[in-house]
Design a protein around this ligand. Sequence first.
Ligand SMILES: Nc1nc2c(c(=O)[nH]1)N[C@H]1C(S)=C(S)[C@@H](COP(=O)(O)OP(=O)(O)OC[C@H]3O[C@@H](n4cnc5c(=O)[nH]c(N)nc54)[C@H](O)[C@@H]3O)O[C@H]1N2
Ligand SMILES: Nc1nc2c(c(=O)[nH]1)N[C@H]1C(S)=C(S)[C@@H](COP(=O)(O)OP(=O)(O)OC[C@H]3O[C@@H](n4cnc5c(=O)[nH]c(N)nc54)[C@H](O)[C@@H]3O)O[C@H]1N2
Ligand SMILES: [Mo]
Length: 926
Amino acid sequence: MSDTIRFTLDGREVGASPEESIWQVAQRCGTDIPHLCYSPEPGYRADGNCRACMVEIEGERVLAASCIRKPAEGMVVHSASNRAAKARAMVMEMLVADQPAKTDAHDPTSKLWAWADRMGVSESRLPAHSFAEVPAPDPSHPAMRVNLDACIHCNLCVRACREVQVNDVIGMSGRGHTAKITFDFDDPMGRSTCVACGECVQTCPTGALMEARLLNEDGVRVEFEQQTIQSGCPFCGVGCQIDYHVADGEILYADGADGPANQNRLCVKGRFGFDYQSSPERLTVPLIRRDDAPKEPHAKLDPANPYTHFREATWEEALDRAAGGLNEVLKRDGSQALAGFGSAKCSNEEAYLFQKLVRAGFGTNNVDHCTRLCHASSVAALMEAIGTGAVTAPFNAAKDAEVIIVIGANPTENHPVAATFIKNAVKRGKRLYVVDPRRQMLSRHATRHLQFKPGSDVALLNAMIHTIIEEQLYDRQYVAARTHGFEELVEKVRQFSPEEMEAVCGVPADVIREVARDYARSEASIIFWGMGISQHVHGTDNARCLIQLALITGQVGRPGTGLHPLRGQNNVQGASDAGLIPMVYPDYQSVAKQEIRDLFEDFWGTDLDPKAGLTVVEIINAIHEGQIKAMYVLGENPAMSDPDQHHAREALARLDHLVVQDIFLTETAYYADVILPATSYYEKWGTFTNTNRQVQIGEPVVAPPGQARPDWQTVQEIATRMDLDWTYQSPAEVFTEMAQVMPSLKNITWDRVVRERSVTYPCDAPDRPGNEILFAESFPTEDGRARIVPTDLLPPDELPDAAYPMVLTTGRLLEHWHTGAMTRRASVLEDIEPEPTVAMHPRQLRTLGVEAGDMVRVATRRGEIALKARRDRNVPEGMLFIPFCFEEAAANILTNPQLDPFGKIPEFKFCAARIEPAAQPAEAAE
Ligand SMILES: Nc1nc2c(c(=O)[nH]1)N[C@H]1C(S)=C(S)[C@@H](COP(=O)(O)OP(=O)(O)OC[C@H]3O[C@@H](n4cnc5c(=O)[nH]c(N)nc54)[C@H](O)[C@@H]3O)O[C@H]1N2
Ligand SMILES: Nc1nc2c(c(=O)[nH]1)N[C@H]1C(S)=C(S)[C@@H](COP(=O)(O)OP(=O)(O)OC[C@H]3O[C@@H](n4cnc5c(=O)[nH]c(N)nc54)[C@H](O)[C@@H]3O)O[C@H]1N2
Ligand SMILES: [Mo]
């Protein structure tokens, strides 16, 4: 039996599914019905308010809005009857009457004008409404203009803001002729709580809400694209797909495309952050350090003027010098004196070539990248437990969950588009628990926010596990069939009763029990986690606890369940898979295992180092110890992103030879001997793997500046100068080679990724979509079972004391990316968050005797910075939060480089600090 509804549309019998509207069926059958208040994009509810899509239904007295009306069996619909067409033309004429004339339209290409043109309604015979008052233009936002004289009250922007992105900023106030769109309490947009996702701009059918940079001073659109190219977003691991609109070789604006991860949605960075690409500070020529410019550990260069310390060189000379220096150290001090940092900002192909260069050319496994500072501990715990480090389910699985836990992650700022799907799920009645010492935007949507003591995750999570075991809420069958080590866990967590852990973590025992019960009992529970879990000296233990929660309750392997460490960089999953890790070759195959090494020695035609290499922080330490003498740094900025910055920069300055390949003169490049200018994401082909295991294509949208070259080409140039006979002609060729040694890429080819734009791994056949939800039957471990490793309570490495009484935690801001290299050169982003601040609770400000905006000094055992105080109720008393993107007050001067013993990740999320007022007065920062 089928539940297809049969009806007649314009004389043709057609079928509809029960969810489809008449408009959708018509569209599917190739009939365009005008529409304004309706958006066919995913996530939009039909509202049927504008009447532009009316159709005639036989036997009905009034016309029906086709966007909202469902067909019924036997219905006879005329989409283009005289009556319908006339009524629609009248609607259009009335709307046009109230618009600015087409000649001064804010956007003459808007959906409204496009339909008006198609319907032959270019001007109106009707008088304009006498509005009580046409709202004045609102130019308060750096990225978007509000021109409500063009607003038709279709409320698409309200749905965009409240139902799709769930930011709840835009509303409709007043009635009838006084009705208007408002931001918060009728605030100017730029002073409202708007997070500038731009969803409203993307959906507005009239140009009432638009990208500011397309308009002239009179609010009239003057910039039009010549071309639209689909590619990806270069920022976070969500992996949004984007339509870039380009004119005269420049990106004009960006719209969300319908990628599997983002479904047309974007955040402020993807939509408005692209103009770092055209920054005048882009590196455009190769540079060689001047002989009269010694390396000073605490140098400050002007990235706009490299010529104080560098001179321009030809590519030939620069490449010879870059490779020459590496060869010299190799010959003099041997392979172990060399190291490389690869990049999670570069493509899979570039990551693969880089690790191959270090392994086959340098002869060492000293190759690592920012994953070490990121999810290394999560990956260590996942590998140990379930034999793989990637997510078990995509973040979009939140929609199928009943209970969602977000712990140590702040997705509305750091994975904003993923956060929209979590918020959508909550709107549909799912329960959300946010577990974080700081409150955050998601807390408002949460069933509960567990605001516990930083660094006490193991106490809290073991108490949850204790509850689940004590109250027999675990899944006996699952535990018996799918895991090892449960008995040891039972033993271990005996000492972790919620009643005892309450004092340690600060969460009342009954709340711990309630959350544990809900997680265990729900039909489907999913866990998302981030840096609040991983960036601790006991980060691996934290992740182990989360994995155990899922394993003992069987909350993995089914729709709506799973373990999802939210991966950070746009290609950190891919760069890790491709082997930018010192202990493993591509696909996490151990360098220490003879049979695997044999395979790679054969495949690459060279001997390989049998010893695991050093990790990021270990490499910095090894420079101090005089072991490592030369480095190649590709697309990373350790002078800003490594902990204990003075120590890291002193190391970089000590190197005999440093090659930096980047798109900007970064703080790391200050210490370079040779700087090689790279193309940015927007200028090259490559594949990138997002947090959902989706391998996606990046396609060039503009030309590179000056002599900048794609990274893969430059890596190859270095390789050939180190006696490797590489002759790759394209990223496609590199991908093909990678796929031969990476089982994860089975059934995925370059052509397929280009054609389909996104392919999830693992994938069972070349013509079948990949598997989103993994491990329904078994885990990729030796015997297919997961391993439970119980954990102990360990304190953070550096606890507050009398001299340093505060807890300092560091992290991110929505608008900025890590070390600021890209986003501080993106005009809109820099405009919104222009200066460093330290966030603290209002009572903390009072205790200190300072106001928001006053300068303060924050010191730890490693250094001191001065920056403005910021009032933030989300930060608990006793804690300070500093983002690490501002070089002028670099958070990493303060952070503790102590490492987690398994993941080798530093404790970015916890150290002891002191704060005091600084002398200088300053204006307010709120
Ligand atoms: N805008 C923006 N987005 C980004 C990035 C960026 O730089 N800017 N970077 C990307 C990258 S690489 C990454 S890895 C991700 C990171 O994304 P997230 O993991 O969300 O990163 P953070 O903001 O560093 O930290 C997350 C949370 O950990 C909490 N936390 C601190 N201490 C503890 C603790 O002891 N326990 C628990 N449970 N929580 C704690 C903090 O309060 C914070 O809310 O973001 C990615 N997205
Ligand atoms: N205090 C503190 N420190 C932290 C963290 C924290 O939470 N607190 N988080 C840590 C984490 S999770 C991470 S992932 C790291 C990130 O640390 P990094 O990876 O060092 O930070 P990014 O700023 O992302 O550096 C990327 C670099 O790549 C360059 N780039 C961009 N695109 C391209 C390209 O196409 N080609 C080339 N060649 N270069 C390109 C950029 O200009 C930039 O210099 O920071 C870590 N450090
Ligand atoms: Mo990260």
